[in-house]
Design a protein around this ligand. Structure first.
Ligand SMILES: Nc1ncnc2c1ncn2[C@@H]1O[C@H](COP(=O)(O)OP(=O)(O)OP(=O)(O)O)[C@@H](O)[C@H]1O
Length: 215
C-alpha cells in the first residue's frame, strides 16, 4: 500500500536519509523509530504528500503522484489519514465540525461512518457541540480517531500519537489503529514508545538502516 523506493531528503544541508526503501502492506502496522532528529516526522510528511522527497519515488495504493501537486492533493484527500501528537484539530471549532471536515468530498465520500456514529464509537457521542479546546488530551485524540472513522483512509500516518496520552488512552488509540489495519489499512507510526513498538507487526529503525523484522 505504501511503497517508497530510493528516497532521499536533505534538511539544512544535512542528509536525513538517503536511498531509503520502505514498504507497508495493507493490513500491516509498522513502527518507525530512531533517534530524535533523524527525520521520522519528515519521512511521514513525505509519505503523506505534505512534503516532497529530493529523489526517489513514493506510491500509495499503486499511485505515484510524482511532482504533480494535483495528484498529491487527491491522494491526501481520498487515501491518507493523519494522527498527530498534538491531535491536529481546529481548536475553536466544535467536535462535530472537526469530524465533518475529515469527510472526503470525492469518490470516497460515502465510504466512512457518519459523524454521529464515529463520535459514538470513540465514546464522545454527547460532545459534538463542545469546542475542541474544551476537551482533554485523550478526548481530543479520540476526536482525531473519529476523523479517521469518517474518512476510512487506506493509509494512516501517525506521528507520536500516544506521547501526550495516559496509558489508558494510549492503549485505546493503539487498539483503534490495529482495527484500521485489520480492516485493510496500512498503518505507519513514528514513535519512541516501547509500549507501541511492542505491539506492532514490524519495527523500522531510521538512522542505522535496520529493519528488525516481525516484533
Ligand atoms: N521546516 C524545517 N526546516 C528546516 N529543518 C527542519 C524543519 N523541520 C525539521 N527540521 C530538521 O530536520 C531534522 C529532522 O526532523 P524530524 O522532526 O523529521 O525528526 P524526528 O526524527 O521526527 O525527531 P523527533 O523524534 O525529535 O520528533 C531535524 O534536525 C530538524 O531540526
Amino acid at each position: 500500500m505504501i511503497e517508497a523506493r530510493g528516497i532521499s531528503k536533505q534538511r539544512g544541508g544535512r542528509t536525513l536519509w538517503a536511498d531509503l526503501a520502505l514498504t507497508v502492506a495493507a493490513g500491516e502496522v509498522v513502527a518507525l523509530t530512531g533517534p530524535s532528529g533523524c527525520g521520522k516526522s519528515t519521512l511521514l510528511d513525505c509519505i503523506g504528500h505534505i512534503d516532497r522527497v529530493d529523489s526517489g519515488t513514493i506510491s500509495i495504493g499503486g499511485v505515484d503522484a510524482g511532482r504533480s501537486a494535483r495528484r498529491a492533493r487527491l491522494l491526501r484527500r481520498d487515501h491518507i489519514g493523519y494522527l498527530f501528537q498534538d491531535f491536529g484539530l481546529v481548536h475553536d471549532a466544535t467536535v462535530g465540525t472537526n469530524v465533518d471536515l475529515a469527510r472526503p468530498t470525492g469518490l470516497g465520500r460515502r465510504r466512512g461512518l457518519s459523524t454521529a456514529a464515529a463520535l459514538e464509537q470513540v465514546g464522545l457521542g454527547g460532545r459534538s457541540t463542545a469546542r475542541a479546546h474544551e476537551l482533554s488530551g485523550g478526548e481530543q485524540q479520540r476526536v482525531a480517531v473519529a476523523r479517521l472513522l469518517v474518512k476510512q483512509p487506506s493509509v494512516i500516518l501517525a506521528d507520536e500519537p500516544t506521547s501526550a496520552l495516559d496509558a489508558v488512552n494510549a492503549a485505546l488509540v493503539l487498539d483503534r489503529l490495529e482495527s484500521f489495519a485489520a480492516a485493510g489499512a496500512a498503518v505507519l507510526i513514528a514513535t519512541h514508545a516501547p509500549s507501541v513498538t511492542a505491539r506492532v507487526h514490524r519495527v523500522v529503525t531510521l538512522g542505522d538502516g535496520r529493519d528488525r523484522g516481525p516484533a
